[in-house]
Design a protein around this ligand. Structure first.
Ligand code: FNR
Length: 180
């Protein structure tokens, strides 16, 4: 069984980025499973807090990363960049630095994202690249998924209702699964 951990970078209940991960579940190939994580409960990074021992929510997320064969980061875009909430969680996971290799080293990572805007999180995804490189991950560049006009792609229940995007998502997942 190939295990993907999908992390949504939005805390919003009706997040398009969380919905995108849920939409991926029925599209996975045989022998592939997707665990979906959100960032609820992860505090703002504080070196003093870190020195007292990592918060349980961070330890739990780290355990899920360690258990996966590949990471799927579903990123919103804020002001043409990475939302602070998401970067904050990855920063926690990168501590202690002595564990970066174990947590991120050579770990396959794919980026995708959804926005009601017209550019599909392209800037946020580009901003992730130096972070993924710094952590020594193995990013997958074989496909791209930039979901624009997300309010028309998902219905009010967060269900994917666009067949073209469903196909793109299926192809994207297939490509990433082959890469892992
Ligand atoms: C946004 N949004 C946004 N969208 C975009 O395509 N490019 C951008 O630069 C920004 N900037 C931005 C800044 C801030 C502070 C907020 C709160 C929002 C809109 C954003 O894509 C939208 O709120 C999405 O719905 C966020 O993703 P989730 O929560 O639906 O997953």
């Amino acid at each position: 069984m190939t295990k993907i951990l999908g992390i949504s970078g939005s805390l919003r209940r009706q997040s398009f980025n969380t919905a995108l991960l849920h939409a991926a579940v029925p599209l996975l190939g045989e022998g592939v499973e997707l665990d979906i994580a959100t960032l609820h409960g992860i505090p703002l990074y504080d070196g003093d807090l870190d020195a007292q021992g990592q918060p349980q929510a961070v330890l739990d997320l780290k355990a899920r990363v360690l258990a996966c064969d590949g990471l799927l980061l579903s990123t919103p875009e804020y002001n043409n960049g990475i939302p602070g909430v998401f970067k904050n969680a990855i920063d926690w996971l990168s501590r202690p630095a002595s564990e970066i290799k174990k947590v991120f080293g050579n770990r396959p990572v794919a980026l995708l994202g959804a926005t009601p805007g017209g550019f599909g999180t392209i800037s946020a995804q580009a901003h992730w690249l130096p972070v993924l490189r710094a952590l020594g991950t193995r990013p997958w560049f074989g496909g791209r998924l930039l979901v624009s006009r997300a309010h028309q792609i998902f219905n009010e229940n967060g269900e994917l209702v666009d067949e073209a995007v469903r196909k793109q998502l299926r192809d994207f997942l297939h490509g990433f699964s082959q890469f892992m």
